[in-house]
Design a protein around this ligand. Structure first.
Ligand code: NAD
Length: 294
């Protein structure tokens, strides 16, 4: 059985790693937060004291970190993992990062004879726990075929988006749509409730009508409408507003490369920045609901 190192055990990484463990893969795990490592060690993973110790003897490395700077500092430079991994290793980098940053890490991996995929995901923490994530993969088709059995344990839909960095481009496009839908849903929920509607009734009408979208299906921002949504748990867990702001920033940069206009994404970014200024960056991104209620 192949040895896997899994680095980054946050909201997403922990349940993803857990699914690999459940499927019987031997896993060495590392996170800067010790309690996350201990949790998985309690479920059969080998705890590592550093990223470098985690990848020792591993044929496959999977990482799930917050942003570009974390990924670049993990893999690049003299102390980076790419210097340590032997040629022929496979790296599956699942964080959402800038496409240029992903291409930089791809180039360094290629130079060392290491196969790398940028493989960001969609589906949220519920999808990570259920093993139903969507993977958007950039890189060589042969590398994807090697990774496919592992991705199939963590996800349901696996797309080859294109060459190096293409997974990240697909991901920023998707998350811009998600943010705009979340804000539009929050705005409409507040308007309907202020005008006397029951939030659950309004949510169901819109869900079944032409305003229906993913946030109404799975992630309603109004507290109490969906029992398991972060909104019903004080906006805890889920996908932090500061990570959504990061993704909207990446979308603006990506749009600007070819002179594209992305006004909806720009407005969404400004609204998320406002939330961050209000100290709500660590809360789930559906906390944008609070901008529309007194
Ligand atoms: P998170 O902040 O909960 O988890 C990130 C983890 O990485 C943390 O536990 C942190 O301690 C760890 N970490 C940071 N630097 C490290 C290092 N050098 N070595 C080891 N561990 C390190 O974030 P998350 O919600 O799990 O998101 C991870 C990535 O997935 C982000 O890029 C995010 O945009 C993306 N994403 C998140 C969701 C979601 O619903 N939460 C959905 C899709 C994609």
């Amino acid at each position: 059985m192949i040895q896997i190192a899994f680095i980054g055990l946050g909201h997403m990484g922990l349940p993803m790693a857990r699914n690999l463990l459940k499927a019987g893969y031997p896993l060495k795990v590392f996170d800067l937060v010790r309690s996350a490592v201990d949790t998985l060690a309690g479920e059969g993973a080998i705890a590592a004291v550093s990223a470098s110790a985690a990848v020792d003897q591993a044929q496959v490395v999977i990482s799930m970190l917050p942003a570009s700077r974390h990924v670049e500092s993990l893999y690049l430079g003299r102390d980076g993992l790419l210097e340590q991994l032997p040629a022929g290793s496979l790296v599956v980098e699942c964080s959402t990062i800038a496409p240029e940053s992903a291409r930089k890490v791809h180039a360094a991996a290629r130079e060392r004879g290491i196969e790398l995929l940028d493989a960001p995901v969609s589906g949220g923490t519920a999808g990570a726990a259920a093993g139903t994530l969507t993977f958007m993969v950039g890189g060589a088709a042969e590398a994807l075929e090697k990774a496919r059995p592992l991705l199939a344990v963590m996800g349901q839909n696996i797309f080859h988006a294109g060459p190096e960095g293409a997974g990240q481009v697909a991901k920023v496009c998707n998350n811009q749509v998600l943010a705009v839908q979340m804000i539009a849903t929050a705005e409409a929920m507040a308007m309907g409730v202020a005008n006397g509607l029951d939030p659950a009734v309004l949510a169901e009408i819109m869900r079944q009508s032409s305003g229906g979208n993913w946030t109404l299906e799975k992630y309603n921002p109004w507290p109490g409408v969906m029992e398991n949504a972060p909104a019903s748990k004080g906006y805890s867990g889920g996908f932090m507003a500061e990570l959504m702001a990061k993704d909207l920033g990446l979308a603006q940069e990506t749009a600007s490369h070819h002179g594209n206009s992305a006004p909806m994404g720009a407005l969404a970014l400004q609204l998320y920045r406002l939330l961050l200024k209000q100290g709500k960056g660590k809360q789930d991104f559906s906390v944008v609901q609070q901008l529309f209620v007194e």
